[in-house]
Design a protein around this ligand. Structure first.
Ligand SMILES: [Zn+2]
Length: 133
């Protein structure tokens, strides 16, 4: 399935070249996740836990030559072993939010951004609401 590389939405604009939600570029699941180096490291640190959610991390290393030095660039591809069930997705988002900001989680393209954000903010909104009552 094609999803936006920025927000993870699968809604394409009428021409089908970009995301209808944010105008971002579209990519396949096999495309690397456009996340920060910090996020990559954290995902790798939690690779075992992620595999329990049915997510496998594939590392691709490419050498990029710049003036005078060669830099190793690691990109991550997330593979879902099977379709993530709604309950699992919620648990997964709650797990990821312990160490990743929401826009980085969206870039993992796990599901529709509205769904991810609902889970991400679920009890946070409740506790905020409680403060105002
Ligand atoms: Zn988008």
């Amino acid at each position: 399935m094609l999803r936006c590389l920025v927000c993870g939405s699968s809604e394409l604009d009428p021409e089908g070249y970009k995301c209808a939600r944010c105008g971002g570029a579209i990519g396949l699941r096999s495309e690397a996740c456009y996340v920060t180096e910090k996020t990559k490291k954290k995902l790798l640190d939690h690779a075992d836990e992620l595999s329990e959610f049915g997510i496998e991390i594939e590392q691709h290393e490419t050498l990029r030559k710049t003036v005078g030095e060669t830099v190793l660039v690691v990109s991550l591809v997330l593979r879902t072993v099977e379709a993530i069930r709604p309950g699992t997705l919620r648990d997964l988002v709650l797990f990821l939010r312990e160490f990743l900001p929401e826009d980085e989680i969206l870039r993992l393209r796990l599901d529709e951004p509205e769904l991810i954000l609902t889970y991400y903010r679920m009890d946070k909104e409740q506790s905020d609401a409680r403060l105002f009552h």
